[in-house]
Ligand binder design. Sequence first.
Ligand code: SF4
Length: 381
Amino acid sequence: MNAPRKPTREIQIGGVAIGGGRPLAVQSMCATATTDIGATLAQLRQLQRAGADIIRLAVDNKKDALALAELRAQCDAALSADLQENYRLAKMLAPHVDKIRYNPGHLYHHEKSKPWRDKVAELADIAARHDCALRVGVNAGSVDPAKLAARGANDDSVAPMVESAVEHSDHLESIGFTRFCVSLKDSDPRKVIDACRRFAEARPHVPQHLGVTEAGMPPEGVEKTRIAFEQLLSRGIGDTVRVSLTVPNEEKHLEISAARDIIKDIAAGRVRSVVRFNENSLNLISCPSCSRVENRAFVELAQQVRERTRHAEQHALTIAVMGCRVNGPGETDDADLGLWCGPNYVNLKKRGEKIGAFKYDQILDALDAELRAMIAAGETG
Ligand code: SF4
């Protein structure tokens, strides 16, 4: 890259080093069920062929953790395990991966009386014993509840994310664990830029993993991510990246090629100096799906939502489509209309309030009726 990279601490993730001026590492995540060894191996190989440096897998239970042992035996990629609520699975999966991602906002769900610092110390100890790196993965939709409560009337939604990332970084360093990176993700690229810049100012030595979460389908999802990466990478911020796209499993490799294209353009100076956000148009956000997706019809549903809502393209509304109950309820709270998928029903919310649960063949009509009612009532913007 032509842009000077800010010097961060180098950390090793399997055979890949990030930070310390190393080339940007490009990541993706498997969307197959982690326990489906055949499908997951096929997707791992698809992503490796496309040039993925690090590949993440969701691990939610003991069966997922056991599947990792088999996947590890058959795949030499640098593997990252994505922990959600059950941080105690770390000791089972650590022998089979190179990095563990935890979300500070999800450390509260189990062993509620145990302080988060003790849980992080346990994670760091497990990581150190098994030669793993950690990622502190802060997400706007699941920020540490204590940080949100402290926010009060303050409308700075980025601050709790940055504070959480700083607090966890400081804690990890205070207990002697330095092999970690941090991510601060939001579905709004402006907030990603703001959060990552603020964190880089606060803790310039900590390597950052960049990404726009729930960026959606291509080409819009690529465009949103490009906006964030241009503003960050051209300022020397970022050590590893992921472009999150809602695409069918057989097209997951598009996440890698999109990231490489963006990096190449930025390196060649093809960066816009003035970024225009079209705030008077429909904003469709959707998760990239992963092992946790509750019904494999999710990607098709997201595509159908886009087609069905084209009539509203000139209205300033946000529609969120999420694949599961782990992140769906929280990540749809800030949308004007939010859908999160269960195995048989899709939950529909309007500005954080649940409207109802609809069968997969009924949800598009229900969504469209709400959308048209909001437009007719002038509830946009
Ligand atoms: S919302 Fe659920 S299915 Fe979608 S990427 Fe997040 S965890 Fe995976």
